[in-house]
Design a protein around this ligand. Structure first.
Ligand SMILES: *Cc1c(COP(=O)(O)O)cnc(C)c1O
Length: 360
């Protein structure tokens, strides 16, 4: 008997998330935006970081930041709960909505493949996790989700829309159907990539009190900041906010994010416009390769099927200095699938060139 016997049993089955640390010239594996901020914008962010007094605790109410987020997202400041990335917001939700039920462990429903933090965070806290496979064309399976909700009676349903790694998005009426069918379940709409999408379902939280929405700055050029947030109806947001540690965001993060969302909104929009343009270009180029199937994407990456095993394509790309994401350890229907983040035009060209060589 030692302290190891005191660890949560769920830890045994979990492995820590370690992004690929390989030093490569072209890194298109983490859905970060290309570094397009102007020198003036970067200088402005640096000066914003220097404005806060180093010896003071940050503003625990995050008043200025919530106002900036609210204006940016077109919601009210008291409907916003900021977190250290949407990753932290996921933990807020799993902590807040975990009241025990008589029928065993609380349940989370999500799709597969999708963003891994939902399953990881839920399992760690003792939730049961039901995963509904995406459809053949890699979309969320709404009838399948409805059945899982009926059987599993989940506390929460996590839906990335657009989905990572597939780039596919739920329509507004699909989210509305799920929300209406499950009034006693929190429908978490993760819109991490919505800036790259043709439409957002954010406003559904106004019609459906069980819908909450997550957003982040990570995918539009500010991944280092660690800022994400929840949008929820006022009463619900206030409850979730009780879970948040008062000083979860540094003064520097709060200041820099406020400046980014207000003064630099135009620069962030240019990054998004550039990436969307590259996505169309790279999609068209990829689709020309014999045997390659590209899924239409509303995110800053492309999901495609290679005519060779993804493990082989992945390793050969990496050997030639281009890192993408492969899901080959998961075999099955993912055995030929790869995800490539849109980088600079030069990086995207390097990817296309190397891939052409590998598939030739
Ligand atoms: C990258 C990603 C996130 C994580 O965002 P952070 O704000 O950086 O924590 C959340 N959801 C999805 C679907 C993602 O792909």
């Amino acid at each position: 008997m030692g302290v190891h016997d005191l660890l949560r049993t769920e830890l045994t089955g979990l492995t820590p998330y370690h992004p690929d640390a390989t030093e490569v010239p072209v890194r298109l594996d983490a859905n970060e935006a290309p570094p397009l901020l102007s020198a003036a914008a970067r200088a402005r962010l640096a000066s914003a970081a220097a404005e806060s007094p180093w010896h003071r605790y940050p503003d625990a109410t995050q008043t200025e930041l919530r106002r900036a987020i609210a204006a940016w997202a077109d919601v009210s400041p008291d409907e916003v709960v900021p977190g250290a990335g949407s990753d932290e917001v996921i933990t807020f939700l799993l902590t807040a909505f975990s009241r025990p039920r008589s029928r065993g462990a609380p349940t989370v429903v999500t799709s597969t493949p999708t963003f891994g933090m939902y399953r990881m965070g839920a399992r760690l806290r003792g939730f049961r996790v039901l995963e509904v496979p995406l459809t053949r064309d890699w979309r969320h399976d709404v009838p399948g989700l409805l059945r899982a909700i009926e059987v599993g009676e989940p506390h929460l349903v996590f839906l990335a829309s657009p989905n990572n790694p597939t780039g596919t998005r739920l329509d507004r009426d699909e989210v509305a159907r799920l929300a209406a069918a499950a009034p006693e379940t929190v429908i978490v709409l993760d819109e991490a990539y919505v800036d790259y999408a043709d439409a957002s379902c954010l406003s559904l939280y106004r019609e459906h009190p069980n819908v909450v929405v997550m957003r982040t700055l990570s995918k539009i050029g500010l991944a280092s900041l660690r800022l994400g947030w929840l949008v929820a109806a006022w009463g619900l947001a206030a409850e979730v906010d009780k879970v948040r540690q008062p000083f979860n965001l540094s003064s520097q993060t709060q200041r820099v994010a406020t400046v980014a969302l207000t003064e630099l909104a135009g620069e962030l929009a240019s990054t998004v416009a550039f990436v969307r343009q590259e996505r169309a270009r790279v999609h068209a180029a990829l689709a020309e390769f014999p045997g390659v199937e590209v899924t239409p994407s509303e995110a800053n990456f492309l999901w495609f099927r290679a005519p060779k095993p993804s493990s082989e394509v992945f390793e050969r790309l990496r050997a030639q200095g281009v890192l993408v994401r492969s899901f080959h350890p998961a075999a099955g229907r993912l055995a030929h699938q790869l995800r490539v983040t849109m980088g600079t035009a030069e990086e995207n060209d390097a990817f296309l060139e190397r891939l052409a060589g590998i598939l030739a």
